[in-house]
Design a protein around this ligand. Structure first.
Ligand SMILES: [Zn+2]
Ligand SMILES: [Zn+2]
Length: 204
């Protein structure tokens, strides 16, 4: 489940049994499960704020990609003016529609195959890892247009706040070949520190 007001996914820590709320940038891997075709289901791992461990959880495509921009009707917020709990969904859905109509996407990533910035989705993030720069996260992201895998370095806010885009995209300008050793190659590239960057035309 997703808290659209705080931009957090809700999980249950298996060690403490407590609820934990983690932003997209705290996820570490996202993998589509084979077989579950409709709706697609993903196995994610996340860094736990309750016990500092890393856990796995299952999320649907709707949980990952849709709830952050168009939450379910059941999500409410306490309106301080009226003192009533009011639904969040209509307002956020309206905002999303207006943005999409203007050509603003909730998430964008640089594609090293196409040498261009492309729209993306949380479910397309194969791996996420902290970098040596505080607040910056390295991601291996599968392009929504051509399916190539690229390495981007993005701010936590770029991931956690839909429709916010880093003014500058940082990336490794050659695709990450799929197959065995992807995680090792991703980690190696991330720590080699040789990144290109350019202005993101999607940034406000
Ligand atoms: Zn935990
Ligand atoms: Zn692409």
């Amino acid at each position: 489940m997703y808290d659209a007001l705080r931009n957090r996914y809700r999980f249950t820590c298996p060690s403490t049994d407590g609820n934990v709320e983690r932003p997209l940038s705290a996820l570490r891997s996202i993998e589509r499960l084979a077989g579950a075709a409709s709706p697609p289901v993903y196995r994610v791992t996340y860094g736990c704020a309750a016990c500092a461990g890393e856990h796995a959880a299952l999320l649907t495509e709707r949980d990952l990609d849709v709830d952050p921009v168009a939450p379910r009707e059941s999500t409410t917020f306490r309106n301080l003016l009226t003192g009533r709990d009011e639904p969040v969904a209509p307002e956020l859905a309206d905002r999303t529609e207006r943005k999409l109509r203007r050509g603003v996407w909730p998430w964008t990533f640089y594609c090293a195959c196409e040498h261009d910035v492309r729209p993306g989705y949380p479910s397309r993030l194969a791996r996420l890892a902290p970098t040596r720069h505080p607040g910056l996260v390295g991601v291996a992201v599968r392009c929504a247009a051509c399916d190539g895998v690229s390495i981007n370095i993005v701010s936590e806010r770029h991931l956690d706040e839909p429709f916010y885009h880093d003014p500058t995209v940082r990336f490794v300008d050659r695709p990450l070949a799929p197959g065995a050793g992807l995680v090792e190659r991703f980690t190696h590239e991330l720590w080699s520190g040789a990144f290109d960057h350019e202005r993101n035309r999607f940034a406000a």
